[in-house]
Design a protein around this ligand. Structure first.
Ligand SMILES: [Zn+2]
Length: 300
């Protein structure tokens, strides 16, 4: 058995200049490909978890990581079906979910995301100076979208501002598998992208809505996760994330009410009651979440 520390090193938890671009992978196992149910599964290498539907009659890919890992993913998908991709979906605009779009552009005519994604992607790329390398969605949706691929129906829904201003939840209806994108950082500190339209109270509300829209049989895919909790789970994990965000809002709001400065509030590694979220090798510190929530609450 590998020690946990050794495992973390092996699975590449390297920090980058833009920390939300790094990621953790699922627990050790037959990674990077894992089937969840029917012909729906995940691919994990670096960046947000890729979801896929692969059969003789359909190939749908959810999120694209980075060009190099997108190529690895594509090689594996072509062992499952020889099709071009009928559809590529971006759950939101972040670089570790859209960075592989330039690779996938050669293998699909269609990249789908929420209406707000192209604008947010452009704004973020301009700030980082890589606007010229972006490949944007070719089509967008506002509130709901649905289409059949082979024997599966894929349904997208935007519940409102949460992790960003353009998050999509993707349901593979027959498999009853839902890709949550970065609406779930499973027991690790999340990136709360205020500049990208995030809302912490909105995020709490969205998780409750999604929880209520599905059932105990639904399997969920998460953008990122603690190695001990994984990048897949059930709807109870949605409420665990909601509880963490609620705890965070409560902590920051009571600090504001007591007149404490954001610097004092942010000087913490662990939120009481949520000790399991702390992970030494995780690139997003709790202090960063606290600053984001503080900004969110004080700008309202
Ligand atoms: Zn994200």
């Amino acid at each position: 058995m590998l020690s946990r520390r050794h495992f973390l090193r092996l699975t590449g938890t390297t920090l980058t200049a833009a920390p939300w671009l790094s990621s953790l992978l699922a627990a050790p196992g037959p990674a990077p490909f894992q089937t969840i149910r029917r012909n729906v599964g995940v691919f994990t290498e670096r960046g947000g978890t890729i979801g896929w539907l692969a059969s003789r009659d359909a190939l749908v890919v959810v999120d694209t990581q980075y060009p190099a890992t997108a190529a690895t993913c594509w090689t594996g998908l072509q062992e499952r079906t020889r099709r071009a991709a009928d559809l590529v979906i971006n759950t939101h605009h972040h670089g570790d979910h859209t960075g592989g779009n330039p690779f996938f552009e050669a293998h699909t005519d269609r990249i789908l995301a929420h209406d707000n994604v192209p604008g947010l992607q452009r704004q973020s790329a301009e700030q980082r100076g890589n606007a010229d390398t972006q490949v944007y969605p070719t089509e967008t949706f506002a509130a709901e979208w649905s289409e059949s691929f082979g024997d599966e129906t894929v349904r997208l829904r935007h519940y409102g501002a949460a992790h960003t201003g353009g998050d999509a939840v993707i349901h593979f209806e027959r498999a009853n598998v839902v890709h949550m994108g970065d609406l779930i950082f499973n027991r690790v500190y999340p990136f709360i992208d205020i500049d990208g339209g995030a809302s912490t109270p909105g995020w709490i509300d969205v998780l409750e809505q999604v929880h209520d829209d599905f059932d105990d049989d639904t399997r969920f895919i998460f953008g990122h996760g603690h190695p001990e909790y994984g990048i897949t789970g059930n709807r109870a994990d949605l409420l665990a994330m909601r509880d963490f965000l609620s705890g965070l809002v409560e902590y920051v709001q009571s600090g504001i009410d007591e007149g404490q400065s954001v610097d004092v509030l942010a000087d913490r590694q662990v939120l009481p009651g949520f000790e399991e979220h702390y992970l030494e090798d995780w690139s997003l510190a709790l202090g960063r979440c606290i600053r984001a929530v503080h900004r969110d609450l004080t700008s309202r």
